[in-house]
Write a protein that binds this ligand. Structure first.
Ligand code: 5GP
Length: 198
């Protein structure tokens, strides 16, 4: 009777270095049925990143064209580059009643909340402290000093958004954080309200 469980958009936001990419990767590994929303970005590809898996890397011109064609569910400028969530995979995931993870910033989270209010759940990963966040950002060694400084300043602003989210998880130990996010998803897909709405 309940095999027609609805799909769920799981927005996971945190400041840069907040751990959301690690959480998403781990969840995708342990739940092969989950999907991942691959964003468009105009930022240059990092050496560890794979086109089409981590991002779809596009020029600013192409990005603008896609926005104009209404192909994005939300988009934002983050750290001087454009990022956006393609609409089609999201709609497809909902139609197929799948769980889809969105690793997006707070502006994107607000956009998804507005557009897909009843189809989504918003989870905010909060760093244990600014010092820990800075250490994590530096540990990645992928950024120039100036970029790290910029991201830290933005991180403080982003952290103010936690109240707009449905869940707050303090990312102290990554394994514990993953387990919490997993529990939230399990609970959300079992909500009677969602099952009733279909
Ligand atoms: P990074 O450049 O470190 O991969 O990502 C920078 C920020 O952009 C992160 O907070 C990431 O979650 C966010 N981001 C990635 N994709 C999207 C997207 O499609 N939309 C929005 N609004 N933010 C995104």
């Amino acid at each position: 009777m309940f095999e027609k469980r609805p799909g769920l958009l799981v927005v996971i936001s945190s400041p840069s270095g907040g751990g959301k990419t690690t959480v998403c990767r781990s969840l995708l590994q342990s739940h092969p049925d989950y999907l991942y929303s691959v964003s468009l970005t105009t930022r240059p590809r990092r050496s560890s990143e794979v086109e089409g898996r981590d991002y779809i890397f596009v020029t600013e011109e192409e990005f603008r064209e896609r926005v104009a064609r209404g192909e994005l569910a939300e988009w934002a400028e983050v750290h001087g580059h454009f990022y956006g969530t393609p609409k089609d995979p999201i709609e497809k995931a909902l139609k197929e009643r799948r769980v889809i993870l969105l690793d997006i910033d707070v502006q994107g989270g607000m956009g998804i909340r507005q557009k897909y209010r009843q189809k989504g759940v918003l989870i905010f990963l909060y760093p244990p402290s600014l010092e820990v966040l800075e250490a994590r950002l530096r540990g990645r060694l992928t950024e120039e000093e100036e970029a790290i400084e910029r991201r830290l300043a933005i991180a403080q602003k982003e952290m103010e958004y936690w109240e707009q989210y449905d869940y707050l998880v303090i990312n102290k130990e990554i394994e514990e954080t993953i387990a919490s996010v997993e529990a939230i998803i399990r609970a959300e897909i079992s909500r009677v309200e969602r099952l009733k709405r279909g």
